[in-house]
Design a protein around this ligand. Structure first.
Ligand code: SAM
Ligand code: CA
Length: 229
């Protein structure tokens, strides 16, 4: 599967080879290669060029405390951890621990383990627990959402409470391999349900007065939402 929205594969390979691969951190590269070797769903990993963009964004924002929903083997989490100051923190939520265990040796080798708090469980439950604890409200600089697409719209309501005013919530795969305008490209029900949910989400975010938003055509579509109040 072409995990980039650019339809010219040659142009995308040019971006990767000329600009992105030379700047990919060694431990990210090794984690990516180990994931590609072990899992046939390794296309789920964050594209390298998108990772570099997020890294720069986190540094421009001076982000210190972030949350990620959907960890897989930890590529985006390690990318985030590498972009935070030494006392920075990432809360990383995934219901599959085995995936994350594959990434741990690379995270340790990069010296980033102390910044990551992995929560094993269902994301909605974990987010509700953070709300219930009271101390986390409005405390996150940045949230990256890359798990079950059908729940993005539900995560949005909770993340608007957890992310501080001026903070960013980033939703990944919002163009869903181009299927938002071409529903016929998917026959499997999971992909079709995800598409329906993302089409609804994209329209919703475009008029949500609590945020300003920007849908970037990087990777498979990345929508940045900045909390306004
Ligand atoms: N961000 C990762 C990266 O860049 O490598 C990729 C994440 S992958 C696309 C999606 C992950 O979301 C999977 O590891 C899956 O186990 C997790 N996931 C899906 N639904 C979930 C849920 N309801 N709660 C927690 N994790 C979930
Ligand atoms: Ca993704």
């Amino acid at each position: 599967m072409n995990k980039n929205i650019l339809q010219s594969d040659a142009l995308y390979q040019y971006i990767l080879k000329t600009s992105a691969y030379p700047r990919e951190h060694q431990q990210l590269k090794e984690l990516r290669e180990a994931t590609e070797e072990k899992y046939n769903n390794s296309w789920m990993i964050l594209p390298v060029d998108e990772g570099l963009f997020m890294s720069m964004l986190l540094k421009i924002m001076n982000a210190k405390k972030t949350i990620e929903i959907g960890v897989f083997t930890g590529y985006s989490v390690l990318n985030t951890a590498l972009s935070l100051p030494d006392n920075g923190k990432v809360i990383a939520i995934d219901m599959n621990k085995e995936y994350y265990e594959t990434g741990i040796p690379f995270i340790k080798k990069a010296g980033m383990e102390h910044k990551i708090n992995f929560i094993h469980g269902n994301a909605m439950q974990a987010l509700n627990d953070l709300i219930a604890n009271g101390k986390e409200m409005g405390s996150f600089d940045f949230a990256f959402v890359d798990a079950d697409k059908v729940n993005y719209i539900n995560y949005h309501e909770i993340l608007l409470k957890l992310v501080k005013v001026g903070g960013i919530i980033a939703y990944d795969n919002t163009l869903w391999y181009g299927s938002v305008v071409a529903p016929e490209i998917f026959t499997a029900q999971y992909y079709r349900d995800s598409r329906e949910a993302l089409v609804v989400l994209n329209s919703f975010l475009a008029t949500d007065s609590r945020i300003e938003s920007s849908l970037l055509s990087i990777g498979d579509g990345l929508t940045l939402c900045r909390r306004l109040y």
